[in-house]
Design a protein around this ligand. Structure first.
Ligand code: EZ4
Ligand code: CO
Length: 402
């Protein structure tokens, strides 16, 4: 099976997605996800101008050789744009391998090692009672694991708790929105929030929380300690991950499990965190971490250290990327949980996934390949619209991490 051509689609069915179609001499087409929220054109250009022209005529079965060629051959290594472009091709190649062999991708990755991949979903509210109501509604849909994000008293709008009914981080508009952040207000409120939530929801559901890169290590340590009585499944992105050894300090002070890595691109962003056992969960997704080829190796490194995989799965990973994560989660022994926000109805008029959520678990389905159909005509009806993720500033105007 040889690669004969490609098409890159940048569309906005509900939100922006970058989708790769890789054509072969068999007539089969492989699908990859290259969506990098707010930076879609950078990946598109990387694919169209730099990576795809090198693939004409290559063996589409040679996933490992492709990955090594694309990574080593770039000379300029790593980074989210490069690794998302490599990931898009890698996913399309795994999709093709499954399609030509007639098996779902999870069978190529080692086969099923659990009945389904436990999903967690997003719950948010402008007040604690509203948040608890949202959590109960998600429990009624079958979710056993809930990410709780709440408005912080005294702050206008914070990450994960939008005033709008639907959480969609990227906003269309001329320039990125600026949110005002105050760590002291947040740290005072977060333990109270989880105290009330645990009391209202009982001991059964797994509760998760995302601090979204806003704390210093000592602040994260304090938060982790304060949340210990409420038995979180994890505290995510407590500190930005650029400095891996920052987590040594957090780890020394708290038994709250720690998750990190949705913005990471390669194993070199996370290897010290894994081998020092400074975190418990790796949040890298196939889409942004260089594809399934790369993620399998990270999982293999993490396994003996008791670190587990938990792929990022917001709406800004397309159903193709999410399907890859679900196949990976089903076949990887040290995969723990999968983020599952779902996608807006408009998105699902273009992408038709075979994966299903049922009674708290995700299954990828038995379609050959990744199991997602992509309707190019329907996609073309939704042209790309520039959108940005927000930014953050402290109350005195200091630029901060969003
Ligand atoms: O803010 O994907 O855990 N999930 C998250 C996401 C991110 C968005 C950014 O594009 O943190 O909601
Ligand atoms: Co996150």
């Amino acid at each position: 099976m040889r690669i004969t051509g490609w098409r890159v689609h940048l569309n906005s069915p509900g939100r922006n997605f970058l989708t790769l179609e890789l054509e072969t001499d068999t007539g089969l087409v492989g699908l990859g996800d290259g969506t990098l929220n707010g930076r879609e054109h950078a990946v598109r250009a990387y694919l169209e101008e730099h990576l795809l022209p090198c693939l004409e005529g290559r063996d589409a079965f040679a996933t490992e050789d492709f990955w090594q060629y694309a990574y080593r051959g770039a000379y300029w290594r790593r980074g989210p744009v490069t690794m998302t472009a490599i990931g898009a091709v890698d996913l399309a190649l795994w999709d093709l391998k499954g399609k030509v062999l007639g098996v779902p991708v999870y069978q190529l990755l080692g086969g099923r090692c659990r009945q389904g991949v436990m999903a967690y979903t997003h719950c948010h509210g402008q007040s604690v009672p509203a948040l608890i109501e949202s959590a109960k509604a998600k429990q009624a849909e079958g979710f056993r694991a809930l990410r709780l994000q709440c408005a912080v008293p005294g702050l206008d709008e914070v990450y994960g708790a939008p005033k709008a009914a639907v959480y969609e981080p990227a906003e269309e508009g001329a320039l990125p929105k600026e949110e005002i952040w105050d760590t002291a207000k947040y740290l005072d409120f977060a333990p109270e929030l989880f105290g009330q939530a645990r009391a209202a929801l009982g001991s059964t559901p797994h509760l998760l929380h995302d601090a979204h890169h806003r704390l210093t290590p000592i602040e994260a340590a304090r938060l982790g300690q304060a949340l210990e009585p409420y038995r979180l499944f994890w505290l995510e992105d407590a500190v930005t991950g650029e400095l891996q050894e920052a987590f040594r300090l957090v780890r020394q002070h708290t038994t709250t499990p720690l998750a990190l890595g949705e913005v990471f691109s390669t194993v070199f962003d996370i290897h010290q965190l894994i081998t020092n056992q400074w975190i418990d969960y790796v949040r890298m997704a196939p889409t942004h971490g260089g594809g399934l080829t790369a993620l399998r190796k990270i999982a293999a490194l993490a396994e003996p250290y008791h670190v587990r995989m938990a792929c990022h799965g917001p709406s800004d990973i397309s159903p193709i990327g999410l399907a890859a994560a679900i196949h990976f989660g089903l076949a990887t022994h040290n995969a723990a949980i999968q983020e599952f926000m779902g996608h807006p109805p408009e998105t699902l008029t273009v992408f038709k996934p075979a994966y299903r959520f049922d009674n708290g678990y995700l299954n990828p389905g038995e379609e050959p390949g990744l199991g997602v159909a992509f309707d190019t005509k329907a996609a073309a009806a939704h042209p790309y619209r520039r959108a940005y993720l927000p930014t953050a500033r402290l109350e005195d105007g200091t630029a901060w991490s969003w």
